[in-house]
Write a new protein. Sequence first.
Length: 554
Amino acid sequence: MKNRHVGKRLGSLLLAGAFLLGTAGCGEAEGQGREEDKAPVITGEMVPVANYQEVKFDLSNLNHYEWRGDQLIYLESEWDKERNMSHGTLYQVNLDGTGAPEALYTGISEDHSLLYFVMGQDGSFLVLERKNEGGDTGTLYLRKLDADFQEIWLQEVEEEELQAATRTFGFFSDMYVDGEGNLLLTSYDDVGYFFDAEGRYTGCDSIQVSQGQVIDGGEQGMFYICQDWNGSLMNYQFQKLDFARGKVGDAENRDLSAVRKSGIENGTVLGGGSLGILISMENRLYSYDYDTGEIVELLDWQSLGVDGSTISEIRLLEEDFPLERLSGYTVDPVPSAEAGTVSEISPVLEAFSYQMFRSDAPEIVKIGHLDSGYVPERQTVTLGMAYMSTTRLGRLVRSFNRSNMEYEIEIKNYEDMEAFTEDLLFHPETVADMLELGWIEKDMLDKKGLLEDLKPYMKESDLVGEDDIMEVIRDACESNGKLTSMMAGFSVQTVFTTAESVSKSGWTYDQLFELDRDYPDSKLLDVYTSQSIWNLVNYTLDSYVDWEKGECHF
């Protein structure tokens, strides 16, 4: 989007929480009014814009899912005690949360258990099934089904043949398919087993890269990759896969750290099919040519309010759309028939944003292009963050950028204290407008007169004022009578102890849990994880366990 840096650098450094950025810190001068809305000027400069769709379905317990349009297809398994086997079902669910999950396929019979599935580019389903034959015995089958779940072919997996080829045969860990329909089954003993497009076994090879994933690099081929934790954060090992010949190439180390433009960013390597190999960092999206090592920037995630490190899948919606146009392009300006009307934006790119063990809600991001004349021109305020920046603060910044049409936060990462000190002493004009204070001594900046008082900005702002902030928080952020910083968030912590040690009437666990039942909207028990309960029990063992008698009294 089109930006302009703040004309006046706010006097010096504004140290505010992310929820105040661009409001209290960037108020208008007294007596100045906002310009009246004017009709947009069509420029012909097409810039990327984003639309966000929340995924209203819990993905945390899914081992594998396929993203198809506005739906997810996933496998859910449960243990059948009577048959002593796992019973799997393929489901389809709407991403917008409407409707109930629809069961699609449960196996060819009740004695067949679904272990893995993958979808081909033609919309077909390839599944690995195990036929229960009583006890611990069973036979594995590969089955291909069309989009209506009609069988195309069925092949038995000869486990003895696989064991003879490798001398050891472990359990399968995942399943992949290439564009021609050839299959790869990976095992926990780091062996890849290949099958042709008819499900016939063609050979196996050793996978030198452990606990990785297969990515589809389009014309560049398919690769088994894994992050090399012994190297830099962006050092990856690649093994090229030859599905047709049943071969795995030698492992090659690739240092991709050149994509880290601003400090230590998290990132991920993705297969984009026709997009090739992609590197999605927190702030930017790149394409990577495996043969030449060339890296090309495709998108600025930060300007779109997206955390690129959480992107798990990405695809083009317009097959012939030139990749070099993703970051913007120019066309001959054609004035709109009606001034101020904005035509519907046609998305050209879709990304699925989700990472397990992250608190970010899953979402789909659709990228289209809009004439810059329709895009609000926003003032840019820079936020300096330490190399160990918090996920929560980054999320607040992205949320602010999505919702505010006057100001935009631009993150500047300082890799270490030395880099910040050098800017402070020799390049003060490059120091960020605001700083995240979790890593720097506030008193040091205050003594140098570098802290701005936020109170005048709050008085002028119609969005936030001093009365909107808890008094105890304001007091904690004041310094020498000035409000020089603001907390982006805080928590209240306590300790547990025995009721006898409390001077007044103590609480029992039952009373605590009764409160939760009486007030279901409360958030008190959100902090009580299984680990915290175990710690509580562990620390209080002596109060109800008689170790000498070997007795326990709850």
